[in-house]
Write a new protein. Structure first.
Ligand code: GLA
Length: 355
């Protein structure tokens, strides 16, 4: 299989994969028509699909367990199987003719770490279904289908960042996405830079509820301001009620930080990139209020390391992982940060990058 998870057929089985992601910067901007800069991880979710003659979908995974259902009888359960059911329900609803299949999943994307493991699973599955049933879907359409499955079946009103980078991303290369028109552009890291990603070992149990609340707050703010999305605002007008004023200030300033980060990456100015990461974290903590004591502590410890240029929470927040910028080839910082955080918090962190 190649780097883009393209499919191979091995004795009747179709295999496909897709990567998790770490978002370098541009958090909670993607459902506001804004800019994001995610990076595909080396960690991938792989699936192997064998078509069946009946309508049964039978799924097994070492990491997730065993589950199954019948095509046409998809029902949300609140569990991981909903990512699979959502995709088949949506494809059938779009008129694609599917049959049952046996699916085995190997997920190497840490689960519950804010690294988009469910988008990796959905995109890997859609790639396998596209191949097995010759579905006429391009890579952007695959991402959009995975997002619609989230909205219409799983019940999370996610933006398009995770699915798009899982479908189009190249490992280790930041992908600038303009979510207003889905234009993408690779913005490579300078040779001297490397990402550190550490999972805090904490997850928020009602993360999707809090996520949907933030999204509604942004939509309400856009309505009050008479714009289609907060992307259209670059200067914040006075008079918005709290907390909508803070939510909007985060989105407007975060969009500017993404563009500033891209400009700094292009000239190899790591100090400037790092300053954007630090400012993004403060904004997510104070204005958007999606951080947590564990994430704040982990970021604070990372920022205190002399070689770290900047650090922030990554992903939806409320738990999960942080991303930090380090000099290339540095092997010491991640372990030091994780050890200091474990000692001070009592949580069990894990270093995701460097892998
Ligand atoms: C989750 C969503 C994304 C994005 C981030 C926050 O990962 O799936 O669409 O909104 O949160 O930036």
């Amino acid at each position: 299989m190649d780097d883009h998870g393209h499919m191979a057929t091995v004795s009747g089985a179709v295999t496909a994969s897709a990567p998790g992601r770490v978002n370098l910067i541009g958090e909670h901007t993607d459902y506001n028509g804004g800019f994001v800069l995610p990076v595909a991880l080396p960690h991938r979710t792989s699936v192997e699909l064998v078509r069946r003659a009946d309508r049964v979908v039978s799924v097994r995974s070492e990491e997730l367990g065993v589950s199954g259902y019948t095509l046409g009888e998809e029902l949300p359960t609140g569990g991981w199987i909903d990512s699979i059911q959502g995709c088949t329900a949506l494809l059938r609803g779009d008129g694609h003719d599917l049959g049952g299949f046996d699916l085995s999943i190997r997920s190497r994307v840490p689960i519950g770490a804010g690294l988009a493991s469910s988008a990796a699973l959905a995109v890997a599955l859609l790639r396998a279904l596209r191949s097995a049933y010759s579905l006429p879907l391009g890579d952007v359409e695959v991402a959009l289908a995975a997002q619609r499955a989230d909205h219409e079946f799983v019940g999370v009103r996610s933006g398009i960042m995770d699915q798009l980078v899982a479908s189009l991303g190249q490992e280790g290369v930041p992908l600038l996405i303009d979510t207003a028109d889905l234009r993408v552009e690779a913005v490579p890291l300078p040779a001297g830079a490397e990402l550190v990603v550490i999972h805090s070992g904490t997850t928020h149990h009602n993360a999707s509820g809090s996520y949907n609340t933030r999204r509604s707050e942004c939509e309400e703010t856009a309505r009050l301001l008479g714009v289609g999305s907060l992307r259209e605002i670059t200067q914040l007008p006075a008079g918005l009620p709290a907390p909508l004023d803070r939510r909007a200030r985060h989105v407007v300033s975060e969009n500017a930080r993404v563009l500033e980060t891209v400009a700094a990456l292009r000239v190899g100015d790591l100090e400037r990139v790092g300053a954007q990461l630090d400012a993004s974290h403060a904004s997510l903590r104070d204005d958007y209020e999606v951080s947590s004591p564990a994430l704040d502590l982990l970021v604070e410890i990372a920022q205190a390391q002399p070689e770290i240029r900047g650090a922030r929470l990554t992903g939806a927040g409320f738990g999960g992982s942080i991303v930090a910028l380090a000099p290339a080839g540095d092997r010491g910082a991640a372990a030091r940060i994780a050890a200091a955080y474990a000692a001070r918090s009592g949580n069990v962190p894990s270093v995701v990058l460097p892998a």
